[in-house]
Design a protein around this ligand. Structure first.
Ligand code: SF4
Length: 98
């Protein structure tokens, strides 16, 4: 499932540059994640980059956007045409829900 950024976000901006899918942007109150672009870092990294840099643990799984690995892979391929997915054998879901 895509991740979401909760109201614990302090708008430090640490997450925006680390997202490989450019899914994060500044919102009115907090940074926001576009669920159409978030693959939970599937295809790129073993762990979710935004969650790993967030100082307030504001990046959590979004239960409203549940997806299987196959769906995440399809999203990765749509966003990154021709790119081979990496680290899929090491990838783990975040396991921290809002
Ligand atoms: Fe971007 Fe990965 Fe965070 Fe999703 S989990 S918003 S792809 S950094």
């Amino acid at each position: 499932m895509a991740l979401k950024i909760t109201s614990d976000c302090v708008s430090c901006g640490a997450c925006e540059p680390v997202c490989p899918n450019s899914a994060i942007s500044p919102g009115d109150e907090t940074y926001v994640i576009d669920p159409d672009k978030c693959t939970e870092c599937y295809g790129w990294h073993a762990e979710q980059q935004c969650a790993s840099v967030c100082p307030t643990d504001a990046c959590l799984e979004d239960p409203e956007h549940r997806e299987t690995k196959e769906q995440l892979l399809a999203k990765f391929q749509r966003l990154n045409p021709g790119k081979e997915p990496e680290n899929t054998d090491k990838w783990q879901p975040l396991g921290r829900s809002a």
